[in-house]
Design a protein around this ligand. Structure first.
Ligand SMILES: [Fe+2]
Ligand SMILES: [Fe+2]
Ligand SMILES: [Fe+2]
Length: 326
């Protein structure tokens, strides 16, 4: 059933992805300078060109649907906030962190376009479906290029370190991982009540169990290096239950936002552990490398499971909107 509210929602998601692209442009303009690796820098430069085109394609769809692009709001209050709330506190000051953030961001874009395509299909807007699918393919390709750059990013991050520093670098990656799991725990504890449909709620519950164990495994590895988690860092990454509730709660389209965000978050974790595994190998700590390997598999399965809920998320949200309009 096509209703005004579904049409409005589709236009709203187009303005959301438009603001995601504007934020991407700002990030991609500085990324090559931080990359520290020629292949990585080139990937960012190529994607900057691609992103300019994406911004234009989305703007065209907005005009076609009767939105004057000059009235588009700035980033605040839109899906751009997905990234800000979670990633703003991870400063991309090293090639490793930059790659982690960028990988997660591309997967956030991928999820946003996958969800947009589904909403557009339900609204019967084939031109938006086609645009969303095309851009989703480009975001997936960029994510794959970043994934191919994990070796180069670690290389660039460690280039200036002495052999003895690699151990302290590993400890710093382990502490980062512990802080990211602290953030994951918050998201997964609040998630089931916010999800809005059982399939996503259950995916959160199951991954919560795994996440507790992951954090304990990382803490054990820190202990093996006579270190421990940084309380300050764990607290610094905390979104806060209140913020989570305020950001994701009490809106008809929470299931869509939350399932997209959770997918991006799993990819933040995947990238963090891909880098951690490589640093552990360099430090000849095979136990930490094995822990990372195991957790990467769990994060990948969690991401796939969340992606499998996207049809249900769109169903839930559009069902709410048509019910409200009836
Ligand atoms: Fe993009
Ligand atoms: Fe992108
Ligand atoms: Fe995790």
């Amino acid at each position: 059933m096509r209703t005004r509210s579904v049409e409005d929602q589709l236009t709203k998601y187009l303005t959301d992805v438009h603001s995601i692209e504007r934020q991407a442009l700002a990030q991609l303009e500085v990324a090559p300078d931080v990359a520290g690796d020629a292949q990585l820098a080139a990937a960012f430069r190529d994607h900057l060109e691609e992103t300019r085109e994406q911004e234009r394609l989305v703007r065209d769809q907005l005009s076609r649907r009767g939105t004057d692009p000059s009235t588009l709001k700035d980033l605040a209050g839109t899906v751009g906030g997905w990234a800000m709330i979670a990633f703003a506190r991870l400063n991309p000051d090293t090639p490793g962190k930059l790659t982690t953030l960028a990988y997660s961001y591309e997967n956030m874009e991928l999820s946003a376009y996958e969800l947009l395509a589904r909403v557009a299909a339900r609204a019967g807007d084939d031109a938006v479906v086609e645009t969303a699918r095309r851009i989703a393919g480009q975001e997936a390709a960029m994510a794959a290029r970043l994934s191919d750059s994990f070796d180069g990013a670690v290389e660039a991050s460690l280039r200036e370190k002495q052999a003895g520093d690699i151990r302290s670098e590993l400890v710093s990656y382990l502490r980062d991982a512990h802080a990211i799991e602290a953030q994951a725990l918050q998201l997964l504890e609040a998630g089931p009540a916010l999800a809005g449909f059982e399939e996503l709620a259950q995916a959160f519950r199951d991954h919560l169990e795994e996440t507790r164990e992951q954090q304990a495994l990382v803490a054990e590895r820190l202990q093996a290096h006579d270190s421990k988690p940084s309380r300050l860092q764990d607290a610094g990454l905390r979104i806060g239950a209140l913020n989570l509730g305020a950001f994701f709660g009490a809106q008809p389209d929470t299931p869509i936002k939350l399932s997209g965000f959770a997918f991006a978050f799993e990819h933040l974790e995947i990238a963090a552990y891909e880098l951690l595994r490589r640093v552990a190998e360099r430090a000849q700590d095979s136990a930490s490398a094995a822990v990372a390997e195991r957790i990467i598999g769990e994060e990948r399965r969690a991401a796939q499971r969340i992606a499998a809920t996207w049809d249900g998320a769109v169903e839930t949200v559009l069902g709410r909107l048509t019910a409200a309009a009836a």
